[in-house]
Design a protein around this ligand. Sequence first.
Ligand code: HEC
Ligand code: HEC
Ligand code: HEC
Ligand code: HEC
Length: 450
Amino acid sequence: MKQIFLLSASLLLFTAASFARNTKAGDEALGIFKYENFEKPDVCGSSCHTDFYQQWSQAMMSQCYTHHWDDIEYWKLAVPHAEKDPKVAGVKEGCNGCHAPVSFMAGDVPPPKPKENSRANESVSCDVCHTISGFKGDTPFNFNYISNPGKTKFATREALYSPAHDIKVNTFLAKSEFCGTCHNEKSPYDVWVKSTQLEWKEGPYYKEGVQCQTCHMPKAPGFTAIMGKQYDDAAQHLFHGAHDPGKVRGTVELRIHPDTREAEPGEQVKFTVALFNQKTGHKFPTGSAEERMLWLHVEAKDSKGNIYHLKVDPKGFKGEEYTIAANVLAYQDMGIPLNIPDFKGVQRDGVPIGDRIFRLPYFDPQGRMTIMQWNTASQGVDYRIGPKETKIETFTWILPDNLEPGFLKVKATLYYQKLPTPIAEYLGVPMEEAEIIEVNFHETILEVLE
Ligand code: HEC
Ligand code: HEC
Ligand code: HEC
Ligand code: HEC
């Protein structure tokens, strides 16, 4: 009798365990699985999903852990900082919740370094995304996705069949909240340091039902698997963003005009630039906004080819000094992980003084500008360009006395950079990360009278 009871009790336990769905998410999901629970991406790619695999393998999504700047920031700044300052100790594990999710869920953190070619290098792999069943809480952020690895893969299309695994429809994958679990981030000081999905939700695209997937996984005719059939709307796994100059170019349209078409040297002319964000579904810049800069440079060229740099007219709003390029030092908190007491910092902007910068400054607990987003205790004025927003900038210029008569060409150029040059140089980050992309330009003409 006792034996039968034990047997049925263990049977019950067994059944419960085999149907137990994971409900842990975020920090509490550390170490709840094993590496073996997740399929390797080359298994998905080698014989079935060849196109998606190749798309993914050239997107940042497959390099979240291995990319040079991630490697440097994690190992040179975040890990040493976490070991020194108890307030940010959690990032030693936490960065991996988004950048190396399989290692995080396998409890292998910090993971082996990228050069050791461990499974951490899979970054955000096929099986990470295709086994996410939902998220915990009411706002997606800080890797609060709920992972349920196993034979069942989630997708959004009805009636898919695969000989390799089961497929279950999960509409969550088609929603921006899915992306938001990793594309929204709060610092240990409770500040939103990444808010792409929240920006989207406040903007016009949310109301129109345009999801992240619409622009970053566009639908096109194609196969979703080699032996599957062709669809008109196969979700392309492009995930193209700031690291794709083609995605960035043309994001903002700009037009410049003077307030008069003729002027004499010594006279004052006002140029107005209108900048319209026609392309992003969130603010521009978004994501790692702590290190992204978008700046407007205006130059005049007289009939002899002499060049004059025009400085933006200040508008007088609070915190504006961070949005006009200046000769100042910043990022002193890098001295903590780098072991340099009283570190003086490096140049804040590295772009021509007086240019307008569209950015969101992040501040460390001492109020100094930081790019260590986990060390962000507050933020300054949000002077980025919202989705479908138009910003106006003016440049008032007193024409120099020696200006050549004839036609003066005035050109406004909008540039974008992922990482300020002085930081890249100081930390030894390959210069491609600090590449300057020309987003757009426009030119106008003024006649300088004798
Ligand atoms: C209407 C189209 C559109 C929608 C909707 C959209 N994006 Fe973007 N996204 C863009 C464009 C264009 C860029 C390139 C310019 C830039 O870097 O911001 C971009 C850039 C990005 C970047 C790169 C940012 C960086 O600085 O590294 C990320 C990440 C991103 N998007 C994620 C998302 C997520 C997540 C959503 C949904 C919450 C989303 N996008 C919705 C158009 C869109
Ligand atoms: C960042 C998360 C993410 C990663 C990584 C990812 N996928 Fe997807 N995948 C999605 C989403 C989201 C959809 C559904 C898109 C939709 O319906 O708008 C999808 C759809 C698919 C589909 C069905 C396509 C269709 O049109 O029905 C297949 C097949 C697929 N993915 C395979 C893969 C493979 C193979 C990999 C790895 C090489 C991979 N995915 C990596 C998020 C991801
Ligand atoms: C499991 C976490 C995770 C999920 C889910 C996720 N992403 Fe990402 N994504 C990342 C990480 C981490 C990076 C950063 C890669 C890097 O630069 O290190 C990234 C990079 C990107 C980029 C490239 C940005 C650039 O700078 O070029 C785009 C675009 C993007 N994601 C869009 C999406 C969209 C759209 C979704 C939802 C369909 C999504 N992501 C879901 C973690 C995730
Ligand atoms: C909540 C998820 C999440 C966490 C936690 C997180 N990241 Fe990221 N990280 C992302 C996403 C998503 C992107 C890509 C967005 C973008 O393109 O700006 C990114 C981008 C980056 C980039 C690349 C920027 C570039 O220009 O290529 C670096 C470096 C980085 N993260 C380092 C870290 C470090 C170090 C930590 C831990 C202190 C960390 N991240 C924690 C989600 C996260």
